[in-house]
Design a protein around this ligand. Sequence first.
Ligand SMILES: NC(=O)c1ccc[n+]([C@@H]2O[C@H](COP(=O)([O-])OP(=O)(O)OC[C@H]3O[C@@H](n4cnc5c(N)ncnc54)[C@H](OP(=O)(O)O)[C@@H]3O)[C@@H](O)[C@H]2O)c1
Length: 320
Amino acid sequence: MPIMRAAFASHFDDADPLAALTVGERPEPTPPADDWVTVQLRATSLNHHDLWSLRGVGLTEAQLPMILGCDAVGLDPEGRPVVVYPVVVTPGDPRGVSILSEYFPGTLAERVAVPRSNLIPLPDGMAATDAACLPTAWLTAWRMLTTKGRVADADSVLVQGAGGGVATAAVALAVAMGKRVYATSRDAGKRDRISALGATALEPGARLPERVDVVIETVGAATFDHSLKSAAPMARIVVSGATAGHEPTVNLRRVFAMQLEILGTSMGTPGELYELLAFCADNEVRPVVDSVIPFSRVEDAFARLHSGDAFGKIVIDHEA
Ligand SMILES: NC(=O)c1ccc[n+]([C@@H]2O[C@H](COP(=O)([O-])OP(=O)(O)OC[C@H]3O[C@@H](n4cnc5c(N)ncnc54)[C@H](OP(=O)(O)O)[C@@H]3O)[C@@H](O)[C@H]2O)c1
């Protein structure tokens, strides 16, 4: 059976997810249907999702070994550069869909199989290493701000845990949209870098100069009360992750008295990914990249993600 290099979850380790990562040989992808194609990978990026997978969140033992990775930029079978939309129709899943690396092998490999309809042309002038940041974290941030947060009707936005991939995306996009942006981070160095992106950086829990119309939440338990307290009447608190715990205490009096909307969201639609690519291309917005690491050092990339020191996206260069 033809084989390729890949980074995959070989077992689960909740306490030490890096110990569950294996880099080695896996079978070449076999498209499960006629309308699927194989993409030769050029660049990918890591997401917190990859650490959750190594911890066993969202996967079962029966699905192991599972190639990790949600994001991808590569070459289609005709040699054209493409961005891969990572959400795939999955009838057995209660959501009706799954993200690459959940049911179908992910993108941290030499090649990945996806439905041809998931391929979007790489915009002219956009580097593969930049575009590889967009399909998961940046798409999630885009939908949080636009479709869910209705940011067009907002003046101000708060982003919690601003050093993360989704969070830096939300800051950069909201600044590019001309909003007043506040962002919290536990780390003084990250707060300096957030300020350089055009946001007002604050320590977690700090009082804001004003209540905001949209809150971008990916941290969860550690920040949710602050998100509620910082929200203006009728504000939208949009939740796409819970890195620091998914069972916060919620003051319901504040929710109804201030008429707040708490909205859950996951990823985005293909149309939203087209919109995001066009917005970035037209406005010369580029992802906040922490580091670009060759695939041969993918373990180092995972260690950096796990350290919590990264600011923005960790990109994997498959051509280096
Ligand atoms: N639903 C979706 O479609 C979707 C898509 C992408 C991601 N997500 C979820 O969103 C979350 C963020 O993903 P990501 O890829 O942006 O992650 P990431 O790059 O690893 O960022 C996580 C960030 O959380 C912040 N944080 C604040 N308090 C924390 C605490 N007590 N413990 C750990 N981290 C804390 C940190 O910010 P500071 O260091 O600046 O404080 C850190 O930078 C994850 O839970 C992920 O599963 C969901």
